[in-house]
Design a protein around this ligand. Structure first.
Ligand code: PSU
Ligand code: MN
Length: 326
């Protein structure tokens, strides 16, 4: 690649700091896939988090798109991390601030003296949209927690899906959440929930949730048309695309339910609340499963990366306006 030309991107927003590769892909209209960093810092232990982050980037490249891992380093929104940045983030682990919408100012306000930030689904969607990236791949989204009627614990990821125009590719959500209420919330807020590869919304380690997505659409070109039609209609906001964990890596439902029930009981006993809930549950499930959950987690993120990259390629071939100006 030629000399760095991040000008077009920094002129989008002065706090955006794209890598050379990302700036080049954006300038050329090549497909990009955003990747989050909370999954690296708070979702998996070191060094598996680092290996997984690199492997997921490689899958995106193999399928024809440019990966753009997003994190907040030295008070800038970094879009596309080099090996050293990724290593810094992976080693920081839970010391990095978990950054959702409300936390962005805290990791940007003090410029280079700001603390390191790992962006959640909500945080990454905001940064991806600022950079002009339409597709974002993660493992699982946050949602309505079980018992939300009394705790009010509803992830800010859902509000972000309602307002920010990015496609989020995931393997559904873990049943640490109330998946039925999560889908109700998304329906209320007009967020399309699509599924590729099966009719059901996926349940992370387990393929089927027993709950149907709004639409099953398998082919990347058809998915791209759906997304473009939404945005060409002026309907701002995200699209949630779920795709199940590969069959060979799926875990038995009864086993997963056991870990989740035990993790939820531990969280309650220890009085865990607020933004600590999800990372606590993820780490506890990982311990209780003796590493089996981590293996499935890694496999499903890589699969999501393939689905997301194919969609990004299809969207790049169907520019804005394609659906209103056939
Ligand atoms: N669920 C997972 N793995 C994750 C997360 C959720 O199975 O890594 C992370 C994502 O970054 C997600 C965030 O956006 O947790 C949601 O946190 P909360 O529930 O506090 O909104
Ligand atoms: Mn919460």
């Amino acid at each position: 690649m030629n000399a760095p030309s991040p000008d077009s991107l920094t002129s989008r927003h002065p706090l955006l700091a794209p890598s050379v590769a990302v700036a080049g892909a954006l300038a050329a209209g090549r497909p990009l896939v955003a990747l989050e960093s909370t999954i690296v810092a708070h979702g998996m232990p070191y060094p598996q988090n680092l290996h997984t982050a690199r492997a997921v980037e490689a899958v995106v490249r193999e399928h024809g798109a440019e990966p753009a891992t997003i994190a907040i380093l030295d008070g800038r929104i970094r879009v596309g991390l080099d090996g050293a940045d990724l290593e810094r983030l992976a080693r920081a682990g839970p010391k990095a601030i978990k950054v959702s919408r409300r936390d962005l100012p805290a990791v940007l306000a003090r410029g280079a003296g700001s603390p390191m930030g790992a962006t959640t689904v909500a945080g990454t969607m905001i940064c991806a949209a600022l950079a002009g990236i339409e597709v974002f791949v993660t493992g699982g989204i946050g949602g309505v927690h079980r018992g939300a009627a009394t705790t009010f614990d509803i992830s800010a990821d859902l509000q972000e899906l309602a307002r920010t125009s990015v496609v989020v590719v995931c393997a559904g959500a873990k049943s640490i959440l109330d998946l039925g209420l999560t889908l109700e919330y998304l329906e209320t807020h007009g967020v399309p929930v699509l599924s590729a590869g099966q009719d059901d919304f996926a349940a992370f380690y387990v393929r089927e949730s027993g709950l149907r997505a709004d639409q099953r659409i398998d082919a990347p070109a058809d998915l791209a048309r759906f997304v473009r039609a939404k945005w060409d209609l002026g309907l701002a906001g995200g699209v949630l695309l779920s795709t199940p964990v590969p069959e060979a890596d799926a875990l038995p439902r009864a086993l997963v339910d056991g870990w989740i029930d035990a993790a939820l009981a531990d969280a309650q006993r220890q009085g865990i609340s607020g933004k600590a809930v999800t990372p606590f549950l993820l780490a506890r499930i990982e311990q209780l499963s003796g590493g089996r959950s981590l293996a499935a987690n890694i496999a499903l993120v890589k699969h999501n990366a393939e689905v997301g990259a194919r969609l990004a390629v299809a969207l790049a071939a169907l520019p804005p306006g394609a659906c209103v100006n056939p």
